[in-house]
Design a protein around this ligand. Structure first.
Ligand code: BGC
Length: 249
């Protein structure tokens, strides 16, 4: 099987790489461009196409996108330009780069990668992956099957604000609290998710998962909590896997 290009679209950067889906590994280096500001569909499409040109790629492209995604259409825009709402991501990016594009939520993409190739491999119960970055993304799996677009970072948490305004990395930086204080807040959030879903395993991904060892003892929930194994590449690998799975559907 030829490698497939996976692209992870984020609030600050758009990263792509070729992915060997038999191994669940990148082939060669990643290429990153800054997310244009304002991140309008037209500006983002130009940046997206730059990645395809860099790899001189033609073929299906998988795309993880930081919003609710249904049938290729963005249905929310928490940390991106509001004009994305109602925009067909697959169409806009596909026209800009001349390749068929398959789009899914970015946390769902990371979840697919961790469940197929990473720390979730062989897990058969309820698994909840949380990506901790500018926002909080979530991906829910039961017996390996994904329930897409769970958006648990938008659970109304305190002062009528969503959880991601309290315990994402973005919130930690904005509100200037220590990593320890962040972990304490995040632990409360985990307790709440445990009450609602009783997962057997939480997988923590995104930038913050790099520091897992510094705060793991603060978490005192029943379920196991582990850091993601594919770290920053999960979104890219999962996006490529999503494209391949969409083609075979
Ligand atoms: C968005 C999610 C996304 C997460 C991580 C949230 O603000 O609503 O769709 O998965 O950020 O990027």
């Amino acid at each position: 099987m030829n490698p497939i290009l996976g692209i992870d679209v984020g609030a600050s950067g758009i990263k792509g790489a070729l992915v060997d889906l038999e191994k669940g590994k990148l082939v060669g280096e990643r290429f990153r461009v800054h997310t244009p500001q304002p991140a309008t569909p037209a500006a983002m499409a130009t940046a997206f196409a730059e990645i395809i040109r860099f790899f001189e790629y033609s073929g299906p492209v998988g795309c993880g996108f930081p919003s609710i995604v249904r049938d290729g259409v963005a249905l929310s825009a928490a940390n991106i330009e509001k004009s994305w709402i109602g925009t067909n991501i697959e169409q806009v990016f596909g026209e800009a780069c001349g390749c068929p594009v398959f789009a899914t939520n970015d946390a769902d993409a990371a979840g697919i990668a961790e469940m197929r190739y990473g720390v979730g491999k062989g897990e058969n119960g309820l698994v909840l992956l949380i990506t901790i970055g500018t926002g909080l993304g979530t991906a829910l799996f039961y017996r390996g099957l994904m329930i897409p677009n769970t958006e648990l970072g938008h659970l109304i948490w305190k002062n009528n604000k969503p959880a991601e305004a309290w315990c994402s990395s973005g919130a930690r930086e904005k509100l200037k609290f220590s990593r320890k204080e962040w972990a304490r807040r995040f632990n409360e959030y985990l307790h709440h998710l445990e009450l609602l879903f009783s997962p057997e395993l939480f997988i923590l991904g995104g930038g913050e998962s790099k520091y897992f060892e510094q705060y793991r003892e603060i978490f005192d929930i029943e379920a196991r909590v582990v850091p993601a194994q594919l770290l920053n590449n999960a979104g890219i690998i999962g996006a490529a896997a999503y494209a391949a799975e969409s083609l075979n559907r």
